[in-house]
Design a protein around this ligand. Structure first.
Ligand SMILES: Cc1cc2nc3c(=O)[nH]c(=O)nc-3n(C[C@H](O)[C@H](O)[C@H](O)COP(=O)(O)OP(=O)(O)OC[C@H]3O[C@@H](n4cnc5c(N)ncnc54)[C@H](O)[C@@H]3O)c2cc1C
Ligand code: FES
Length: 254
């Protein structure tokens, strides 16, 4: 059931990328890292469909959830006009999130907006005293959202940008491979790039540790009713909204 909620903050983090905070105590008390919400906040049925966004921060004490999104089309452009006090409809938390991190240490590897759902996981691992190694990449420095928050919650952060504006140009999966040889990792979590996901999968198989990926798909309902979001897995087709968005990396056919 959609809940009515209120926007408490909207800010442009870098050009075209926004931070949106919503006061919704029920959802904040139930959500966990890797889950998402379907959101709408416009009059009438244009656009018809709500838009899915991953939780970027879950603050159950303040009853607030935070999203970070890139404006790519009409829905997100309308979203960027919302101001504090604006009333929205939110359905969530939805989907299966990331399995809880376990000691001694986990690696997260993400690219661009794919780093968004990894941050609450990193923050929860930090709260539990579990080591975190973050491997982040983007086309340019501005695409690495909330790098400071990753840095404050990780033992080490490795950054690569395509244009070399932050970190050396290169492939962040090679950094992961290097670290994995000298550090005992319990799992790898991945989002935002098929190439990085394939590299993480191969490494996880070699290390014999679990690895998980958060997938994106165009979504109609967000709750498993429309079959608009299927992805191919080893067992056939799965619904990203209901069976995912987090899957065991080895189960997904890339
Ligand atoms: C589970 C889930 C979590 C997500 N979390 C985030 C997030 O935290 N931050 C964020 O910026 N975005 C996230 N997305 C993507 C976001 O939902 C889309 O960018 C958004 O719905 C686009 O709406 P629009 O009306 O602005 O664009 P549209 O007009 O619908 O589309 C504009 C362009 O974006 C592409 N697009 C639309 N939807 C998606 C999608 N789901 N995946 C990839 N490309 C798409 C279209 O092909 C088109 O080229 C998530 C998607 C899913 C499924
Ligand atoms: S979005 Fe409708 S089944 Fe997944």
């Amino acid at each position: 059931m959609y809940l009515t909620a209120e926007v408490t903050l909207q800010e442009e983090v870098v050009e075209g990328i926004y931070r949106l905070c919503i006061f919704t105590p029920t959802i904040a008390s139930l959500a966990y890292p890797g889950q998402f919400a379907m959101i709408r906040g416009w009059e009438g049925y244009d656009p018809l469909l709500s838009r899915p966004l991953s939780f970027h921060r879950i603050d159950f004490q303040c009853g607030q959830v935070e999203f970070v999104y890139k404006v790519v089309g009409r829905g997100t452009a309308l979203m960027s006009k919302w101001r504090p006090g604006h009333r929205v409809a939110v359905l969530g938390p939805l989907g299966n999130g990331f399995p809880a991190p376990v000691a001694p240490a986990v690696a997260v590897i993400g690219r661009g907006m794919g780093t968004v759902p990894l941050l609450p996981l990193v923050e929860s691992a930090r709260r539990e005293g579990i080591g975190v190694f973050s491997f982040l990449s983007a086309s340019h420095a501005g695409g690495l959202v909330d790098l400071d928050r990753f840095m404050s919650c990780s033992d080490q952060v490795f950054v690569r940008t395509d244009d070399g504006s932050l970190g050396a140009p290169g492939v962040v999966s090679e950094d992961l491979e290097r670290v994995a040889k000298s550090t005992q990792l319990s799992a790898i979590y991945c989002c935002g790039s098929r190439r990085l996901a394939r590299a993480a999968r191969d490494l996880a198989i070699f290390l014999r540790i679990p690895a998980y990926v958060s997938l994106e798909a165009h979504m109609g309902c967000g709750v498993g009713a429309c079959k608009g979001c299927v992805c191919e897995t080893k067992d056939g087709y799965s619904k990203v909204c209901k069976d995912g968005p987090v899957f065991e990396l080895n189960e997904v056919v890339f």
